[in-house]
Design a protein around this ligand. Structure first.
Ligand code: ADP
Length: 406
């Protein structure tokens, strides 16, 4: 809409000139001066070219609703079809002729089967002498963004409401059970869990808002991949111990990437925490790293519940959970993989997923290797590049776009 607002005065001035020239040209008795061979295009010609090539859909209407002039974009946007103006625009033009005010009209297609944009917004302004100008722009992207924003706000509100409501109910339960220390302890523990969940949710929302451009990302620096792996595993040690999960790690790689260390540790620990959370007790999770074709890969493989093919793209969307009850039971916020996706995207990389229900999953973080990285002993795409746990039972990870959605 802002672009449209900027375009309006310029286009109106332009069109007044063009329409004026048009009528002047028609009424004028004196012949137009013969063009000079080297004089270049006349002002009227330049205005005509500007009108026809404008990215805004432009149509000038007479007081009877005839299309006096229009450009190709007006046809693309559906303002003019087969020489006639969209009836919705004409209703507004008549009003503009009466009131002399500028008015907006929604010209979005009623039927979405054509190749027209999803949303078209137009402004109608009076051009005096009974003429009106319709200026239309494709607002599909703005409409899509607004709908994503609305969904996100609705999701966040819902996610916040649940633990806040639980805390209120549990606090009442504590008051009612004031004389029973066992019950007080039980309810207080639940309050603590819900508060932790709220805290995690807010922390992850802040992380996500930074990653999606609300704040400038820190400068990328040389980061040691082995350090990232060590720190991420240290963060996950408690969860692994409490589920009795063994984490198998390959040898140090000596690899470096250009990145933000904290963000990379967050992304990797999100993957490892998930691998632990969605595996049965006593299972093993493996973490491996390698350089393959100029890309540094860090893979996290589990032998847990796996993800059905129809959910594999969607798990990267904010708040998408295959099993909301399980995610809630493990303290998940539904934002972990969205954060991973954005961290990798901000590093010029990506995340891919191979998974099979009942067998397990491999999430692979891919980062561009800094220019001049030499191949390490693990610079190969062969099976030795991935630890045994990932290759004995699991086929090669198929690339799945982790970039879709959220
Ligand atoms: P959550 O906080 O719910 O774990 P995530 O964004 O980290 O949110 O993951 C989204 C969903 O993807 C999870 O709820 C779960 O259904 C699925 N998921 C993520 N990682 C795994 C995994 N390693 N194995 C199976 N399912 C997983």
């Amino acid at each position: 809409m802002t672009a449209l607002a900027y375009a309006l005065p310029a286009a109106a001035a332009l069109l007044l000139g063009v329409a004026g020239g048009f009528w002047w040209g028609r009424r004028s008795v004196a012949p137009a001066p013969a063009p000079q061979p080297d004089a270049g295009p006349t002002l009227a010609e330049l205005l005509r070219r500007a009108f026809t090539s404008s990215g805004t859909g432009l149509a000038v209407l007479s007081r009877h609703g005839d299309v006096v002039m229009s450009n190709a974009q007006a046809v693309t946007l559906g303002v003019v079809a087969e020489g006639r103006v969209d009836p919705r625009a004409w209703v507004v033009c008549e009003r503009v002729l009466r009131d002399g005010t500028v008015q907006a009209v929604d010209l979005s297609p009623l039927d979405h089967r054509g190749r027209r944009p999803e949303a078209v917004l137009a402004t109608v302004r009076p051009l005096a002498d009974g003429f009106t100008l319709v200026e239309a722009a494709d607002t599909s992207e703005a409409v899509r963004l607004e709908s994503t924003r609305r969904d996100f706000v609705a999701n966040v509100s819902h996610e916040l409401k649940t633990p806040v409501g639980a805390v209120a109910l549990l606090a009442e339960a504590v008051l009612d059970a004031a004389d029973d220390p066992v019950e007080v302890r039980r309810f207080s523990t639940k309050i603590l869990n819900e508060s932790t969940r709220l805290g995690n949710l807010v922390t992850e929302l802040i992380a996500l808002s930074r990653l999606t451009g609300a704040e400038r990302l820190p400068e990328l620096a040389e980061v040691d991949v082995d350090d990232v792996v060590r720190e991420a595993l240290a963060r996950c040690r408690l969860s692994a111990e409490s589920s009795d999960i063994e984490i198998v790690v390959d040898d140090d790689s000596g690899l470096q990437v250009d990145g933000d260390r904290t963000l990379l540790v967050t992304a990797l620990s999100n993957l490892v925490e998930n691998a632990i959370a969605y595996s049965p007790p006593h299972a093993s999770v493996s973490v491996s790293r390698r350089l393959a074709g100029g890309v540094v890969e860090i893979a996290v493989t589990d032998r847990g519940i796996g993800i059905a093919p129809e959910h594999q793209q969607r798990v990267f969307e904010r708040f998408f959970r295959v099993d909301p009850a399980r995610s809630r039971a493990t303290g998940g916020t539904g934002l972990g993989l969205a954060i991973v996706k954005h961290v990798l995207a901000n590093h010029g990389g990506g995340v891919s997923l191979w998974s099979r229900p009942g067998t397990g999953s491999t999430f692979t973080m891919r980062l561009p290797a800094p220019a001049g990285s030499s191949g390490s002993p693990r610079d190969s795409a062969g099976p030795t590049a991935v630890p045994t746990a990932a290759t004995t039972d699991l086929p090669d990870p198929a690339e799945l776009a982790g970039r879709a959605g959220g």
